[in-house]
Design a protein around this ligand. Structure first.
Ligand code: AMP
Ligand code: MG
Length: 423
């Protein structure tokens, strides 16, 4: 006899209750574990999430630096004639002190020589053999000089943990000498497409009776790669229980997230749902959502591994991946809290929209209208097999269920996947 099965002991009605998407997200958030961190070379750190607070280890600039090519002078010196006693290039230090009547030629980024407290730009001077004539009256102390620590003060928190590292962040890390960089480990994810009808896209034979090409594994992997993840390619499997079980077993031991597509509806061969439910070491948390598309999403855990049994329809799998899996990933990699959810904006509908009996996430195009307000429309037929409904979109329009049609001119919320388009 095996250990008692947790799933078999829970109330089936509760397990299959259609959960509002927000409740489902809260359940997922309660079961995820943040991934650990690792150090990577700075050039590999772009797009990753910083795993530690980074404080400035030193002042920047570390010396008073000239912002101009010109002459380092004593501001208080009133005579226009200065004798040139040397040249200070960036990265070199000459042995010269600027006193009244003297100057050092200086380049942008070079350290101000001792004694000097201002730089007169070369444009305001006239060179005469070993002298220079300063044509600028009233030179102020500190003029054209970046004081020590003016860009970055030693000890300031420059980049908090949870920052996504883009070009300026990488530049700052480099200027602070942070290499290698502490970042969140990439969650390990495997994606398995299931279904007897599936054929590899690289298989160029004409489709046999009842066959279709596997789309989901490829669309899901591409969508997931927007986040720093490591995807294990395990292919597709027919609807055979033993095969699916064996495959899932190996992945559950290895991965942070296991994703399956297909096999979670009410059909006889909807085996993923049955396998998860019957596994003694897998806890199923919910199996139905009060939303469209994506109603039959199965969410389960095995130790710290999250398991998402996505519906097979290409639109359903991609929408649920966006709303639930990518949100979970952003939490697991420790992205700062205000960046976990995509921004939601109110948009004015350009056309009538028919609501459904569940919260519907319609693929939408949002742009800035003539008056500066945001306007949106959906992409035609929203049937969950029609992947074209995703083309060109930058938003998911949230259409809450209600009796009456949403009329053009009404406002709805839109989850923004990319910025609004221009007018
Ligand atoms: P299922 O969730 O297995 O009942 O599948 C629902 C629908 O999605 C069926 O029409 C399947 O043929 C289709 N489907 C399932 N898996 C895929 C896939 N990987 N790529 C494209 N379509 C799929
Ligand atoms: Mg199927």
């Amino acid at each position: 006899m095996s250990a008692p099965n947790h799933n078999h002991s829970i109330d089936m009605q509760e397990l299959d209750r259609m959960r509002p998407p927000d409740e489902a997200r809260a359940i997922i958030a309660r079961h995820l574990t943040p991934v650990g961190s690792e150090h990577v070379p700075i050039l590999d750190a772009g797009g990753r999430i910083l795993a530690e607070d980074i404080h400035a280890p030193e002042d920047h600039p570390p010396f008073p630096a000239s912002t101009m090519d010109g002459y380092a002078v004593l501001a208080e010196d009133s005579s226009p004639w200065r004798e040139i006693i040397g040249t200070q290039h960036a990265g070199a230090i000459i042995d010269a002190e600027v006193t009244e009547g003297y100057t050092v030629r200086i380049m942008t980024g070079a350290a101000l020589p001792p004694g000097a407290n201002a730089v007169v730009p070369v444009e305001a001077t006239e060179l005469m053999e070993d002298h220079v004539v300063i044509h600028q009256e009233d030179v102020k102390s500190g003029e054209n000089v970046r004081p020590v620590g003016s860009d970055l003060k030693q000890g300031t928190l420059v980049l908090p943990k949870g920052t996504r590292l883009g070009a300026p962040e990488i530049g700052l890390l480099a200027s602070m000498g942070i290499d290698p960089v502490p970042v969140a480990r990439k969650p390990k994810i495997s994606i398995l497409s299931t279904g007897d009808e599936l054929v590899e896209p690289s298989d160029h034979q004409p489709l046999g009776p009842g066959q279709i090409r596997d789309a989901n594994r490829f669309s899901l992997a591409t969508s997931l790669r927007e986040e720093p993840v490591e995807i294990t390619w395990i292919g597709m499997a027919p609807d055979r229980r033993e095969d699916l079980e064996t495959l899932l077993r190996t992945r559950l031991a290895e991965d942070d997230i296991v994703i399956t597509s297909g096999g979670v509806s009410m059909g006889e061969l909807d085996l993923i749902k049955a396998i998860l439910f019957d596994a003694d070491d897998v806890q199923v948390h919910f199996r139905r959502l009060y939303m469209k598309p994506g109603k039959p999403l199965n969410f389960a855990t095995h130790d710290s591994t999250l398991i998402f049994g996505l519906p097979g329809n290409p639109v359903s799998s991609l929408v649920t991946c966006e709303l639930f899996i990518k949100t979970a990933i952003r939490q697991m990699i420790g992205l700062s809290a205000d960046k976990i959810d995509r921004p939601t904006l109110r948009v004015t509908l350009l056309e009538d929209v028919n609501p459904s009996d569940r919260i519907e996430y319609q693929r939408g195009v949002v742009s800035v209208g003539a008056d500066g307000r945001l306007v949106g429309r959906n992409t035609g037929s929203q049937i969950s097999s029609r992947l074209q409904s995703f083309l060109g979109i930058n938003a998911l329009l949230i259409i809450a269920p209600r009796e009456s049609v949403y009329r053009a001119g009404e406002q709805v919320s839109a989850i923004m996947l990319a910025p609004p388009y221009a007018d």
